[in-house]
Design a protein around this ligand. Structure first.
Ligand SMILES: [Zn+2]
Length: 616
């Protein structure tokens, strides 16, 4: 993390700030112009680099590929730049201040990218700012300028970067302690809807891009409760003096990326509440869970990190087996904060938990890959999923969150409530968050064992390093919650609820059919399922089942007319070749979970439940 204050002050005196500037140069062509002036370049030839990845998203993205043109000058004279490799350039030696100017293409609308068009501009630092070799710790200044076009007249700026010489939400100069901080502040520029609220006297802002219709007062009120709940768990970090949520709400999307003082969120427009809405829709609950997730990251991964990430090396993949701690435990606390803050009911929370259990049970990859392996190989497997992913890999998010749940309930049960996962997280935060050292690979396990005085090695061997099933039915039962399994009631059934009446599930094919450009394509084919046994492969286009057209839309209904064991003719296209085969239908597995508060639970179990969910 950041170096001690004494050293930092010394560095500040020695180095003149790196001066960056950015402006949307040609929004219609999606081009930014970025300048960087280095007062004291390396006299042997200054090296510059673009990051290969952005913290929080574990995939090599090679942001240098978006550099359209680049040149350098000093005292008004051109300085030669040589390309060293895919991400680095070196300037010819000069003793004088050196300015590099780059044109950068920005048309990636994701929370990890840079995007600019005639309606707005949004960028992440790794997509647009070069680093200066040898001056990674030098303070940075950033001047943000508007495009010259008339449509940008009312545009404003939202970023958590410290203002140096700019009005609130204005263009002008901003500053950061070093390059790592510079690139940890995403910036949104455009027509912004802004809401403000305080959490423990710390100013929080939500800036929503575009003309989104939303009940902003209600959103601020609910976000305040979520943030206050998370803050209660781990306390206020010393340097948290502000926080910003950047939100984009298009027709359909979902995602987020965490930062130290802010987060970027994307959710579907219809998930946000309008003035007349008063209840919490499933979509709004999902949005609140997303907010809660990214906010929890301000502790868990932005300030407390795996040792392997301190500091980040943005030139190549960095491996850690701990993403299940930093994403999985964050995923556990995201929805938990909603029920603990009273925003959703315990039953609503159990519905979300049932959906998560269902997602894990439906992925046979959980029996092949451990969450430690999934974390380690995130770069090439979780982030680069192929059609076999569900058979071969496990999500360190979903299974990680269930490990956190199982660990929490196990600690509560076996220590009679003396030690909980909350205590473990607080102790980890004290050791590796506040002190700024990275968490060793088995750090959390050691803290959990020490605090609880339990031997947890079998638990972690089985659930984190192994592919053992989680002992959730018994643990939930001891907390007054009944665990039920049933068959899926069709392809839209996400679990979390009992089966709908009159929806007797039919046999299954063991494959997912999706509509695609007028065709129905088999996307996932499960190992050992009827479709695979019949020779169906991912990418095959469905044609007919038992002489009738088979489509993504009619598949559930068609199957419900048959029984387990029926052998039917199945016709598919593989490319332009027609394949006719026979498929033997089987009963769908009971892999859909729902949880219910147990009315007959013992008093002890009910009390444990109340302590866990913090309801009284
Ligand atoms: Zn996350």
């Amino acid at each position: 993390m950041s170096e001690p204050e004494a050293n930092r002050a010394g560095t500040l005196e020695m180095a003149a700030a790196l001066r960056y500037s950015i402006r949307p140069k040609d929004p219609a062509a999606h081009l930014y112009e970025v300048k960087l002036t280095v007062e004291k370049p390396d006299p042997h030839g200054q090296v510059f680099a673009m990051p290969a990845w952005i913290p929080g998203s574990y995939m090599i993205r090679d942001y240098a590929k978006h550099v359209v043109s680049i040149c350098a000058e000093s005292d008004g004279l051109a300085v030669e730049l040589s390309k060293l490799d895919k991400s680095r350039w070196q300037a010819a030696p000069t003793q004088r201040p050196l300015t590099v100017t780059a044109e950068i293409y920005g048309y990636d609308p994701s929370v990890r990218g840079a995007h600019v068009d005639t309606s707005h501009a949004y960028f992440n630092g790794p997509c647009v700012f070069l680093s200066v070799a040898g001056q990674e710790d030098t303070p940075c200044e950033l001047e943000i300028s508007p495009p010259t076009a008339a449509y940008a007249r009312d545009w404003r700026v939202a970023t958590a970067m410290r203002r140096k010489d700019a009005e609130l939400y204005g263009f002008g100069k901003y500053e950061a302690d070093d390059y790592a901080e510079l690139i940890d502040h995403p910036v949104e520029i455009g027509h912004l809807l802004i809401g403000e609220f305080d959490v423990n006297d710390i100013p929080h802002t939500i800036a929503i891009r575009g003309h989104t219709r939303v009940d902003i007062a209600r959103v601020c009120h609910d976000l305040q409760r979520v943030c206050a709940q998370q803050m209660k768990l781990l306390g206020v970090p010393e340097d948290l003096d502000r926080y910003l949520f950047l939100l984009h709400a298009p027709g359909k999307a979902y995602g987020g990326l965490e930062h130290r003082w802010s987060s970027s969120l994307v959710c579907a427009r219809e998930n946000l509440p309008l003035r007349r809405d008063s209840d919490i829709s499933d979509g709004y609950r999902k949005f609140l869970g997303l907010v809660s997730h990214e906010y929890f990251h301000l502790w868990n991964v932005k300030r407390m990190k795996p040792a392997a990430f301190t500091p980040y090396d943005l030139t190549k993949e960095i491996h850690t087996g701990l993403l299940w701690v930093f994403e999985g435990i964050t995923s556990y606390y995201d929805d938990l904060a909603l029920v603990r803050s009273g925003l959703i009911s315990p039953q609503s929370y159990l519905e979300l938990l049932g959906q998560t259990i269902t997602r894990v049970l439906r992925s046979a990859g959980r029996l092949r890959q451990s969450v430690e392996e999934s974390s380690f190989d995130a770069w090439t497997k979780f982030y680069k999923q192929d059609a076999n992913a569900s058979n071969a890999i496990v999500s360190y998010y979903t299974k990680g969150s269930l490990i956190a749940l199982a660990l929490d309930l196990k600690l509560r049960l076996e220590t009679e409530g003396k030690t909980t996962l909350d205590d473990v997280m607080r102790e980890c935060w004290k050791r590796w968050g506040q002190e700024g050292e990275g968490m060793p690979e088995r750090g959390l396990e050691h803290v959990a064992a020490k605090l609880s005085e339990l031997d947890l090695s079998d638990f972690f061997d089985a659930t984190v390093r192994g592919t053992g099933e989680l002992p959730l039915p018994a643990l939930l039962s001891a907390h007054g919650v009944r665990y039920h399994l049933r068959c899926a009631g069709g392809s839209e059934d996400k679990g979390g609820k009992p089966a709908e009446k009159n929806n007797e599930p039919g046999p299954w094919l063991g494959a997912t059919l999706e509509a695609n450009n007028g065709n129905s394509i088999f996307t996932v084919v499960m190992n050992g399922g009827p479709a695979e046994l019949a020779g169906v492969a991912p990418g095959d286009a469905a044609v007919a089942l038992d002489g009738l057209a088979l489509t993504a839309a009619n598949c559930d209904r068609l199957l419900s007319t048959y029984r387990d064991g029926d052998a039917l003719e199945l016709v598919v296209f593989r490319g332009d070749e027609l394949i006719t085969t026979r498929v033997k239908l089987a009963n769908a597995p009971k892999n859909t979970c729902y949880l219910r508060l147990d009315d007959d639970a013992s008093e002890a179990a009910s009390n444990r439940c109340d302590a866990w969910l913090q309801v009284s």
